[in-house]
Design a protein around this ligand. Structure first.
Ligand code: ZN
Length: 100
């Protein structure tokens, strides 16, 4: 039995939210030589990923899948886990102070 880790990217066609889900695919062969596979998500059997999964942002079921590895080539699509830290540099006005 062989296990393959898959990171499947999705995009919601309703709110354009992009996310990805981790799957483990177990490939096996039965006693008759028939190959099969089982998809696991978070260690539990799950349906293979397909378009139509629920969007975690808006809940609609109009999501589309990206090809494998798409997000690693487009990291800008992954929303940051935390908002960017504010820039501590104080803003300086370009206007000079009056001389008197
Ligand atoms: Zn959505």
């Amino acid at each position: 039995m062989e296990e393959v880790h898959r990171n499947v990217p999705f995009e919601c066609r309703h709110c354009w939210h992009v996310w990805h889900e981790d799957y483990v695919v177990r490939h096996f062969e039965d006693d008759h030589g028939n190959a099969g596979e089982i998809w696991l998500r978070a260690g539990l059997p799950a349906a293979p990923p397909s378009a139509g999964v629920s969007c975690p942002s808006c809940g609609c079921q109009d999501a589309t899948m990206f090809p494998d590895g798409y997000l690693s080539r487009h990291p800008e699509l992954i929303p940051p886990a935390e908002p960017a830290a504010p820039d501590p540099t104080p803003m300086l006005t370009p206007v000079r102070k009056p001389l008197y």
